[in-house]
Design a protein around this ligand. Structure first.
Ligand SMILES: NC(=O)C1=CN([C@@H]2O[C@H](COP(=O)(O)OP(=O)(O)OC[C@H]3O[C@@H](n4cnc5c(N)ncnc54)[C@H](O)[C@@H]3O)[C@@H](O)[C@H]2O)C=CC1
Ligand SMILES: O=C([O-])CC(=O)C(=O)O
Length: 336
């Protein structure tokens, strides 16, 4: 598989490349960035890191099976012919962008980059595109509108919330967070919707009556910004994000390989990504995080779960928030 990371010299993009070199060493990676020097430097450094990954005790992938790590410019995209694209390019963040409004504030700054990159991508055949740049739900829909590829190509990365809610629930329930499953639907932002009705520990349903839904959501919403306040805006949640993006890429690979690993991973449950909706959950002309299965074309299936009443209500509020912004920017289908 060949993954092109647009914004590959970024904090997140370069960390995704490093994580892939360790956990998915057969993947070829192209770091595509307007900052050619930084993309080249990250590609060299990560390819040297790959030497140690592949020669550590227990490793079996060697020689020609090891993926390449190279740098490229946006003009090279058509020739690269990637199997999957990660979009991580962004305008620089102001130094004080460490509060919960920071994702929304990126919309106007990043729209023109999306337009430029959509032009760069236009010559390509439809390819799965995983949008990491904020605010993901609006930008996923904007890419979908501009490129007019099948909607199954469009994915928005919101999986860090699943690790954060597992942290909160694990503490609450006295279990290891890595054994907790709690899907997170809705917006990647203020209107995230914890689906506590489907929470599981080790495969067993969780009794949720005693859980404080608002407190859990507040933790999930605050923690990335508590981290950014300590580390600075240049160091967003790079570790969880790169691990989650790598998990999505590995799920696409597994879902594309007959008889291969379970694309849902150890817990065997679907996870949620943002994707354009066309009637699912009663919404259309917008993107929200919903439970998906993945294959080489992107979304293989969107699961339509029966939600608890408060979860369905919160999802409608999330849809309203995204719709309001799409109207404001005059996205396709919202032209006045
Ligand atoms: N969805 C999620 O869970 C997360 C999303 N993010 C978002 O990811 C985005 C990137 O964050 P960082 O990695 O900190 O960014 P960064 O500021 O480190 O890097 C942005 C990169 O984009 C490049 N770039 C700008 N315009 C470009 C273009 N037209 N073509 C190619 N490259 C271009 C720049 O040269 C730079 O290397 C932000 O929007 C951030 O909010 C960050 C963490 C988690
Ligand atoms: O807002 C940010 O900088 C990072 C982000 O989306 C996350 O970590 O969930």
């Amino acid at each position: 598989m060949h993954v092109a990371i647009i914004g590959g010299a970024s904090t997140i993009g370069s960390t995704v490349a490093y994580t892939l070199a360790g956990l998915a060493p057969t993947v070829d990676v192209s770091l595509v960035d307007i900052n050619e020097g930084a993309a080249w430097a990250h590609a060299k450094d990560v390819s040297h890191a790959s030497y140690h990954f592949s020669n550590a005790p227990g490793e079996t992938v060697s020689g020609d099976d090891i993926g390449t790590v190279q740098s490229a410019t946006p003009d090279d995209l058509a020739d690269l012919d990637p199997d999957l694209i990660v979009f991580n390019a962004a305008a620089p963040q102001p130094e004080d962008a460490t509060d919960r409004g920071a994702r929304d504030a990126e919309l106007d700054r990043n729209l023109s980059i999306v337009e430029d990159v959509a032009e760069d991508l236009r010559p390509l055949d439809p390819t799965p595109l995983l949008v990491v740049t904020n605010p993901i739900d609006r930008l996923v829909y904007q890419f979908y509108s501009l490129l007019e590829w099948p909607r199954r190509c469009f994915l928005g990365y919101s999986l860090s919330e699943t690790a954060r809610v597992a942290d909160a629930l694990g503490s609450e329930l006295g279990v290891h967070p890595n054994d907790v499953y709690c899907p997170m639907m809705g917006e990647h932002g203020e209107h995230v919707v914890p689906i506590l009705s489907r929470a599981r520990v080790g495969g067993d349903a969780v009794a949720t009556d005693d859980l404080d839904r608002d407190e859990i959501r507040e933790y999930v919403l605050d923690i990335p910004f508590d981290i950014a306040k300590e580390r600075g805006v240049d160091e967003t949640s790079r570790w969880v994000t790169s691990a989650g993006v790598t998990r999505v890429i590995r799920s696409v690979m597994a879902g594309s390989t007959a008889g291969g690993d379970d694309p849902r991973g150890r817990l065997g449950e679907p996870f949620c990504l943002s994707t354009p909706l066309d009637g699912e959950y009663g919404f259309e002309d917008l993107a929200l995080s919903v439970p998906v299965d993945l294959d080489e074309g992107g979304v293989d299936e969107i699961h339509e779960w029966d939600l608890a009443a408060e979860e369905a209500d919160e999802l409608a509020v999330a849809a309203d928030a995204v719709r309001t912004d799409l109207e404001r920017i005059g996205a396709k289908g919202y032209d006045s």
